[in-house]
Write a new protein. Sequence first.
Lengths: 500, 637
Amino acid sequence: MFDYPILSLLIWLPIIGGLFLVISENMSNKLSEYLTLVITFIILLITINLSINYDYTSDQLQFVERTNWIDGLNIFYFLAVDGISVSLILLTAFINFLIAIYAVSEKYRNKSSFLGYFLILEGLLIGTFTAFDSILFYIFFESLLIPLFLIIGIWGGENRKYATIKFFLYTLFGSVLMLISIIYLSSIAESFAIRDFYSLNLSFNEELFILIAFLIGFGIKIPMWPVHTWLPDAHVEAPTSGSVILASVLLKVGGYGMIRFMLPITTEAGIFLSEYMIYLSLIAIIYISFVAYAQDDMKKLIAYSSVAHMGFVTLGIFLVFHLLDSNLTAAVIGLEGAIIQMISHGLISAALFFSIGIIYKHSKSRLLKDNYGISMYMPIFSFLMLFFLMANSGLPGTSGFVGEFLVITSSLGSNIIIGLLAATSLLLSASYSLKLGKNVLFGENIKNTQGYNECNTNEIIVLISLVIFILYLGLTPDYLFQIIDHTTINIIDSINLGRR
Amino acid sequence: MIYLALILLLAPLVGTLLLLYIQNRSKRLSVIISNFSILLSFFVSIYLLFLYFNYNYLPETHDVLIFADTKLYYLAFGLYIDSLSLMMSTVVTSVSFLVHYYSISYMKNESSFNRFFVYTNFFTFSMLLIVLSNNFFQLFIGWELVGLSSYLLIGFWTKKESAIKANYKAFLVNRVGDIGLLLGLCLIFVNYSTTNYAEVFSLSNTINNHDIEIFGTSFNMLSAICLLLFVGAMAKSAQVPLHFWLPDSMEGPTPISALIHAATMVTAGIYMVARLSPMYALADDVSLFILYIGTITAFFLGLVALVQNDIKRIIAYSTISQLGYMTAALGASLYSLAIFHLMTHAFFKALLFLCAGSIIVKCHHEQDIRNIGGLRKFMPITYMAFLYASLSLIGFPLTSGFYSKEGIIDAIGYYDYTIPYLMLLASIFTTTLYTSKIFFKVFFGECTLHDKNEKENDKEMLIPLIILTAPSVFLGLFIFDILMSGELFGSALASNALVIDFYNNYVTNSLHFFLHSFLTVNFLILVLALIFGYYYYYKKSFNISVPKFVSTMLEGEYGFNNLSSKYIPIFQNLFTKYLWKKIDILTIDNGLINNTSAILDKISNKVRKFHTGFIYHYSLTIISALILLLLIVRMQY
């Protein structure tokens, strides 16, 4: 179908372009903007092309590229995609293109290297989602930290040192445990290919240790309660685009890893621990929502709400363990819900962080008490932001609803109490999202007439395109369902095969 | 028919999109687009109704847009066309059109004139989405979207602090109900892999035989589903204890109160239960619960209306109480009577609200009836319209309200639900009393207008009043017989036999029912209340002192006022701050994370001290270690 290595191109084009931008510090802002726009646009086009040519009726991995990399150790340069990868790559390319558009109207010192790091990040993210060799995956997974660390560390807010160190050590701690378990698994399987791990016969104790290592590793990334505290700090200090990429794509790496590694490899241990992991997810949904309500910094509020929404992703994934023996349909629904929730949260959180960035640009404050009555001066922006807040609270018709609906449905397949607790999110997410809207958008603001004026064209383009996709996925998500459906069923089947 | 029904559904949506596109370009264009789109819907609805009955069509169901079609499950948007959905959509579009027309004049001085019509058009679309739905999934989506429009419209005046508080509250309380509805929907979906009404109804006997386990006890699956769905109805249709958002929603513009918070949206709960009557008819325990919730709402919240002084709040409490009647009818499985009262109530309550709107405009946004009076001479048309609407509300014989309300009360009495019957009878007294309170205070007594040359409002505001008077008075008489004999709804509603039996044995026909009513206790109560109201509110010939605790309880709205405006916000603020500060910051961040790094710091400082850099320290260590090693080796051999 393709006579060129499409996945390698997707990974290395932005990385090389990004490195070039980082190195050439003296490049004019205009040129660097154009370069970024062009590269991200090409990537977006290629991913769209890829998703069109992806045969979603097939269970096989597609666009496989496999060559020897390190001969002696049996490590391969092994790239491929399945449905989950395709959907996440689409998200990555789309969000990065928006960041490139948004950056055009922004001022940063040393803009070319700022944009360069984002390009590198894009390449690494696509690499993480397509690597099917565990060492290759680990390398991409780990290198993700570096550009983000630099973005927050160089262009961040006042307290960035604390935030970056916390963020770096936290996630590093998790990935070390992950590396150990990957090496252990490969020593048994005598191969580093992820799919070879699925058919291993591990003893229960081995599985348990590996599960816990993965749980910590990916749990920190996603993040789960109680290892979530790095996220609000990192968000508050990160520049707008940094928050966007962090919330909308980087967190998804955790969920992706759980689906790719935890579900098929450590099934028995997962079934054993599933109840406790479900409790952790419910705590994330309920307790974190309360905490989000208490925030008076807009970015922190949305950061906590991200944790709560990712609670649905983990809930959907862990429910698979819980339902494997009793209700396979519900298990599939839960897993599909988790995937859709990831994509949807990617769009909605990006939109909200962009919006907060726009407000911050005008008022130079992220505190709720400093911003009010914005709808008087920025009616169009306020309308859009209210839409995003509604989407964040899971309003039907927006993508925020679809994932939550499926996960709650699946949880009712096991126990109505879990479903009830998960469904309280309907109330809780509305209470903090609309609290933000009530305080910031509405009310009367006569003091601060100079501060606000309507968004510029680039911002409007970014926000409107997010609106379109949030609505699209909320009203007719059938295309997304088609992409992920076979893969999901395939994963559940392979889990069951591995057990026998 | 399906294409016509699609036009009916989509016209308001297209209107919304066009209005969004033209923004504030021209008021004229906004008016034309918004009114025309609703009018189109209305005509199509009428035409469909005509086709349906004249050519004896059978109910039709179609899936229109696929939401998800995977290997294991299927979700879609679809339409269900039968007498029930067509009657309801006719009510919705007709009231909606009249309110739209009324708003042209009511909102003419607003700067965001266009935004108002965007919201109202969108509301009409979402309401039709519920009404025409053929599956639970779409029902839920429409359910939340009407909640959204209600939120936006209550907070239409974004600068008004109280409105912003009220819409926040309304949305959250509705969300509580939505949790119930969502759980009910998901329970059906996960267990039976379908959300289509027809398919679920055909399974309802099977569902009735299934059990669900909650905390180790098993419950009947059908009852559980019905109960959860009803929680949604309780919030939307303002039934105790989820009613307290509705009086506050009066912060929105008055036409909105007429359209959304009286005639249409709040009746969505009633419509839903009637639509799902094949399921509810089987769930006896839930029906009994519904009956009592409805009765309690009708009686106790009618009482609250007596102590209110804001004209809109009184009518709001009256709406809650009337919704209680409908709910009680649903609980007694008299589905067609509930829908009947829904329809008549939609017209006369919308009329009351629009009259109230005219009065408020005339009095320069004064809403306290103690400060309004003597308007009869200045607003003769409004006065007459208000009079007819009031007569219908209190159920004066021959008006629409009479047929629908007396029907419910008598039928509940006929089927021997003694306590609900007595409470509903007693509510006739309160209804009449608070209605006469508004009526006498606003239209009689000393005139409060400053300008004695004031005239009636514009004709845009008067025409809807006049038109609405007709169904408020005559609709009941017009459809009573065909409705009660089961011809109107046919198989759309379950348990028709109950109503038909009541009709044949007790009512006989509408004329007989009318004549008979003068001999009933209902009429006696009504007349007594009218006399009482006349002397108490108009002549002011006597004073009654109510015990202190009763009046505080009623004025405090049974504590719901404090609960929602004081205790819950305080709890929210304190509790959430506590969680954040104690668990997140103190325990996890400072306790676990930062402490770990501090401990590591300490250890590394200690360890660093071994590296003193002095050669004699190192040599001493090396030598002593050597000796120790040698000793160990020695001891082993």
